[in-house]
Design a binder for this molecule. Structure first.
Ligand code: HEC
Length: 190
């Protein structure tokens, strides 16, 4: 009798744990959603950035990013019912600081990149059953006016504007193709 109860209990437990896990089908669904959100966010930020750069160069675009990057991603967070964040292990804005899990993923991506491996987005469930999407952010040539090397792509004037707004800036010295950070998207539970 005891054995039988035990047997039934373990079946019940297995069923429950399987139900709360993340099926491959669901993972794929969130991978697609995550990519869509990251692309929309990138587009929103880069469209506005390009406009500001055309209108007034880094002197106008940097203060614009300083004031508008967060509100732009927050607005999209509401639209997509997900928290949208950009983070890095070489921060410019301290408000974008990584969580423990984000730091681990940044380190993993960095290592994979150094080993010459292909980076692809990660979808996972956390201990609170929240679904997360993480994807690499790779620097393009046009990012280097504000994230590249001083006196190569970043001029003195740009550097001083960055330093005045972000005295602890660590986000320069990069080259095209470098890993700049990650998108971290947390889906709100339905
Ligand atoms: C005109 C200057 C400028 C250009 C060009 C620029 N950035 Fe930035 N970047 C900034 C500023 C300023 C911030 C801080 C924004 C904020 O306060 O959130 C920032 C922040 C970031 C962050 C968030 C992490 C952190 O360190 O705070 C990422 C990721 C990032 N930039 C990637 C890029 C990529 C990729 C490109 C090219 C597609 C790019 N940037 C082009 C100025 C620039």
């Amino acid at each position: 009798m005891i054995q039988r109860t035990f047997y039934l209990l373990s079946i019940l437990l297995i069923t429950i744990s399987c139900n709360s896990s993340f099926s491959e089908k669901e993972k794929e669904e969130y991978r697609v959603k995550g990519k869509e959100i990251a692309e929309a966010s990138f587009l929103a930020l880069s469209t506005q950035l390009t406009e500001q750069m055309k209108a007034g160069g880094p002197a106008q675009a940097i203060p614009f990013c300083n004031q508008k990057a967060m509100p732009i991603t927050n607005e999209l967070s509401d639209k997509f019912k997900a928290t949208i964040k950009r983070t890095s292990n070489n921060l410019r804005n301290p408000d974008n600081a990584p969580s423990k899990r984000e730091s681990e993923i940044l380190a993993d991506f960095q290592k994979m990149k150094m080993d010459g491996k292909q980076l692809s987005p990660i979808v996972e469930l956390d201990a609170n059953n929240k679904k997360h999407f993480y994807a690499p952010i790779i620097l393009k040539a046009n990012c280097l006016v504000c994230h590249g090397k001083l006196n190569e792509t970043v001029n003195i004037k740009t550097d001083s504007i960055i330093k005045s707004l972000y005295p602890n800036d660590k986000a320069t010295g990069y080259a095209e193709g470098d890993l700049r950070g990650i998108w971290s998207i947390t889906f709100k539970n339905k």
